[in-house]
Design a protein around this ligand. Structure first.
Ligand SMILES: Nc1nc2c(ncn2[C@@H]2O[C@H](COP(=O)(O)OP(=O)(O)OP(=O)(O)O)[C@@H](O)[C@H]2O)c(=O)[nH]1
Ligand SMILES: [Mg+2]
Length: 237
């Protein structure tokens, strides 16, 4: 099976080279696709230089910070257009450890969707008190209001099979920012029951700063309530 690993970058110059090297070390058979949103710290230039060395690394540049959700939708389209069987998405800051990739690739053989979970037995996270509380509250509300059975619905360490990606891209997806991640779990769990979560330890970022803004949190709450109001009308296309 040919697999694509995707990550989005915005100011990840301190992480991205090491991440690409580690992924290729752990899973030499995969390709990597990265979308950089014209990072002011030069991540894009670094990626261009790296893609000359690593032929299995493909880089797409966008003109500015167009949002994390929209980058993930582009990655889904890219995976389908280029005929990959599997797409795995992850953050570029080492919160998602590449050591979990072999387990994910194994689990996706028998599932349509796999998510690395901080909230199942054996999982955990390295955030401080406040961010842990925000993350737990967001997951609790999303699960409750959208009746999602998975314990994790916000982190982006995920694997998708191609057939599911095709179905997902047929649906209406309204988020462009961080709320994309729970909206996607909402959509996925309505499209298939072959989903699996496995425990991961989510470390705080190794280098650089957080990009999540108060505005994103506000937009997340609005999206959650919109999806809640629409959930009984969800129709598969
Ligand atoms: N291309 C692109 N990448 C983004 C954008 N926003 C965030 N990212 C990347 O998406 C991933 C997740 O963003 P993070 O800032 O790590 O979000 P977080 O994990 O919630 O917060 P911290 O780990 O505390 O920084 C990282 O690889 C970022 O570089 C964006 O607008 N465009
Ligand atoms: Mg992060």
């Amino acid at each position: 099976m040919n697999s694509l690993i995707f990550t989005a970058t915005y100011n990840e110059a301190g992480n991205i080279e090491r991440l690409v090297k580690e992924i290729f070390q752990i899973e030499p058979s995969v390709d990597i696709f990265i979308i950089d949103d014209n990072s002011p710290d030069g991540t894009g230039k670094l990626l261009d230089a790296m893609s000359l060395k690593f032929k299995k690394l493909k880089v797409r540049h966008r003109t500015g910070k167009l949002g994390l959700g929209s980058a993930h939708i582009e990655a889904m389209k890219y995976a389908v257009e280029n005929n990959y069987d599997i797409l795995i998405t992850m953050d570029a800051d080492f919160s998602h450890d590449p050591k979990y990739l072999p387990e994910m690739l194994k689990l996706i053989e028998t599932n349509d969707f796999v998510i690395g979970s901080r909230y199942v037995k054996g999982g955990g996270l390295g955030y401080g008190f406040i961010r842990t509380a925000i993350s737990k509250t967001a997951n609790f509300l999303a699960r409750l209001l959208l009746s999602i059975k998975l314990k994790e619905c916000t982190t982006s360490f995920r694997a998708f099979r191609k057939d599911l990606l095709i179905k997902i891209l047929d649906q209406k997806i309204s988020s462009t920012g961080y709320s994309f991640f729970f909206e996607m779990v909402f959509i996925v769990t309505r499209l298939t029951s072959k989903v699996s979560e496995f425990p991961i330890y989510f470390a705080d970022r190794i280098d650089g700063e957080s990009k999540i803004s108060k505005n994103e949190i506000y937009r997340g709450v609005v999206t959650l309530f919109k999806l809640f109001l629409n959930r009984f009308n969800f129709k598969k296309k």
